[in-house]
Design a protein around this ligand. Structure first.
Ligand SMILES: Cc1cc2nc3c(=O)[nH]c(=O)nc-3n(C[C@H](O)[C@H](O)[C@H](O)COP(=O)(O)O)c2cc1C
Length: 204
């Protein structure tokens, strides 16, 4: 059975909400799932000034670099910061040098989901600029492709792309849509299946 870590960072809860169907899809595929958060780097008073609400992730264990070794794959979820990953994610990968040096993550699998305020605020660039971490560690990136029919919807504002599930948060009051959640479910199931197939094959 594939073991998959879902690792999130979310300041206003959109990524937490989107992680729910991702987790559901992974479980549906038969994978073992554990959920973590990236360590916070912002001081509490800054989070307060930004009106952040971290309630949804407060009880999640903080991922440590060595935790990565015991999983076959990782689904990373975080909102965009200027079209790329937040510093919290970058700071985590900056601590994984020993894993990189020993090649501990070579042949593992990775996928990404994200969130932006505006429709063209950088969902695809956020995924694209996350891939160097995967590449340097030898982690195999699994895109979503166009397996979800909702990706072809051009009638409404929404997230999702070939790179993975996503949502458009607007001023923060806009929540993941039915389509966003469906795409996330399909991404979870797809990623779980891909990793499971590999794990089964490797065990032969
Ligand atoms: C410093 C900063 C930079 C941001 N950069 C972008 C951006 O480049 N494009 C965009 O659409 N939204 C941007 N946002 C908005 C966040 O992506 C948005 O708040 C987030 O997607 C909501 O997800 P969350 O509820 O999981 O935190 C930025 C927000 C902050 C605080």
């Amino acid at each position: 059975m594939a073991s998959i870590a879902v690792i999130v960072w979310s300041l206003y809860g959109h990524i937490s909400k989107l992680s729910e169907p991702i987790i559901e899809g992974l479980k549906k595929s038969g994978a073992n799932v554990e959920v973590f958060q990236f360590a916070e780097t912002l001081p509490g008073e800054v989070i307060e000034k930004m009106h952040g609400n971290k309630e949804a992730t407060a009880s999640l264990p903080v991922i440590q670099p060595d935790d990565l070794k015991r999983f076959d794959g990782y689904v990373l979820g975080f909102p965009t910061r200027y079209g790329r990953a937040p510093a919290q994610v970058s700071s985590f990968f900056d601590q994984t040098g020993a894993l990189w040096f020993s090649g501990a993550l070579v042949g593992k699998f990775g996928a990404i989901f994200t969130s932006t305020a505006s429709q063209h605020g950088g969902q695809e660039t956020t995924a694209l600029t996350t891939i160097p971490w995967f590449a340097h560690h030898g982690i195999i990136y699994v895109p979503l492709g166009y397996i979800a029919p909702e990706l072809n919807d051009v009638e409404s504002v929404g997230g999702g792309s070939a790179w993975g599930a996503s949502t458009v948060a607007g001023d923060g009051s806009k929540q993941p849509t039915k389509n966003d959640l469906s795409i996330a479910l399909q991404q979870g199931t797809h990623f779980g299946k891909v990793v499971s197939q590999y794990v089964k094959g490797a065990a032969k």
